[in-house]
Write a protein that binds this ligand. Structure first.
Ligand code: PA5
Length: 442
């Protein structure tokens, strides 16, 4: 579980109108957090509650099956992942953070419908060495099915009947068009448990299959995620409480996740989807209109110190910044002397990791001095156990936030509605109705 540094919250009152301090808030809410944790664990046994992600890290046999599949398809040096939203963001974040410099297979994510990049990707790949992985929980998402049509034709044109070996699916075990197609064609297929939603699926085959091809230690990821499960009641619940109180009582409606380190950039993008789809809700669990949800924002340190930081420090005081930093930078580079450049003298002999760390600490101080709340999440290293832990921690944090807000954090009716309108406009049922509505809006 990432270490939670709330120093820049403790120095200020974050509480309700009576001005309680952080420690007092934690005491006051201890019972509530305990009950929320118990409720989540209990509900995780109900398939309809969509809390199956809690138990994914225990599915070690699944990881072994995936690794065996990878051994049997060792010819695959390129893996094209067709998937969008929760079916792409987690795998991409972990690929960016953890893939070795020369991975056994490179991953390419097609999570869009822009023809140019797709055509260029195909032109640069050798079909003989490419595995195409169609990833869709529902099995019916338009962007993914469209990409499947294109890549299927590309494989068949190049490989004839051999295309089947080069196409695999990750989808619901029983339902949906992708499962039916994989079954009919005899394709290799992996299952996303029915009680796991897209944005919570990174430790199911959705993330594990592509990451295994890229040489990421998937069993270590799961081990890290189990650590987060064991301590969920601690840092994850506490951080959720801080976010909740700051949003509800101090107007911090924008939650910025700002990892320090280029390798962690994708984690912030994954976090944005996790919070936006889980917490942006029109109704609470009793059905009352609420229109809740902090706005998540992805930032990258130190790059965004030269972009967003001015706004974060001096713009509207409606933001909370959660930084992520790794204690052990891993590979590091020493900064050599350059005699003709005395202005850089303060850098000579230091390392890039030292500079990055100073940037994180300096920025936290600059924000705190302006009264902007900062939380720091420290992970031991940018490695598979730490990233497994961090992502599962953030999923727990989201689930606790859902409990605190009293909403269902595990559905996404807004996303589903836009999908339905898209299908209709492309000629599926409801075309006339949606066209009339569009004209009404115009
Ligand atoms: O988190 C979610 O449920 C969504 O973002 C989905 O992941 C996204 O819409 C893609 O859906 P599917 O995996 O069914 O293709």
């Amino acid at each position: 579980m990432p270490k939670l540094d709330a120093r820049y919250l403790e120095s200020r009152r974050i509480g309700r109108e009576n001005g309680l301090e952080v420690e007092d808030e934690l005491k006051a809410w201890a019972g509530g957090l305990e009950a929320a944790h118990r409720a989540l664990l209990e509900r995780s046994r109900d398939p309809g509650a969509m809390l199956g992600w809690i138990h994914l890290p225990e599915a070690t046999e699944e990881a072994r099956v995936i690794l065996r599949y990878r051994q049997g398809t060792a010819w695959a040096r390129e893996v094209v992942v067709l998937g969008i939203g929760g079916s792409a963001l987690g795998a991409r974040a972990l690929y960016q953070a953890l893939a070795p410099a020369d991975p056994p297979a490179r991953l390419h994510f097609v999570d869009h419908t822009d023809p140019g990049p797709i055509a260029r990707l195909m032109a640069g790949l050798d079909p003989e060495r490419t595995l195409v992985l169609a990833v869709s929980k529902s099995g019916g998402t338009a962007e993914t099915l469209a990409a499947l049509l294109v890549f299927h034709r590309w494989l068949e044109d190049a490989l004839g009947e051999g295309w089947r070996e080069h196409l695999a699916a990750v989808t619901d075990p029983e339902r949906g068009p992708l499962r039916a197609y994989a079954r009919a064609q005899g394709l290799a297929a992996f299952s996303v448990p029915p009680d796991v939603g897209g944005r919570f699926s990174v430790f199911s085959p959705v993330g594990l299959v592509p990451l295994a091809f890229a040489g990421v230690a998937i069993e270590d990821l799961l081990m890290g995620a189990r650590r987060a499960n064991a301590r969920a009641r601690e840092e994850a619940a506490q951080s959720a409480l801080f976010l909740y109180l700051l949003e509800r009582h101090r107007g911090k409606r924008v939650h910025v996740l700002m990892p320090y380190g280029k390798r962690l950039e994708g984690v912030a993008d994954w976090f944005v989807q996790l919070h936006a789809e889980s917490l942006g809700k029109a109704r609470d669990r009793r059905g009352s209109r609420v229109h809740l949800g902090p706005t998540p924002l992805a930032a990258l340190g130190p790059t965004d110190q030269h972009s967003l930081l001015q706004l974060l420090r001096e713009g509207p005081n409606d933001k909370l910044v959660a930084m992520v930093r790794a204690e052990d930078p891993g590979e590091d580079l020493r900064l050599p002397e350059l005699p003709g450049l005395p202005a850089a003298g303060y850098l000579f002999g230091k390392t890039l990791a030292q500079l990055q760390d100073a940037e994180a600490r300096g920025t936290a101080l600059a924000l705190a001095e302006a009264g902007r709340p900062v939380l720091t999440l420290t992970i031991p290293a940018v490695d598979a156990p730490s990233l497994g832990d961090l992502l599962q921690f953030l999923m727990w944090q989201t689930a606790f936030l859902g409990e605190l807000y009293g909403i269902n954090a595990f559905d996404q009716p807004g996303v589903e509605l836009a999908k339905t309108y898209t299908y209709a406009l492309m000629g599926r049922e409801g075309y006339e109705e949606v066209r009339r509505r569009l004209e009404g809006e115009a």
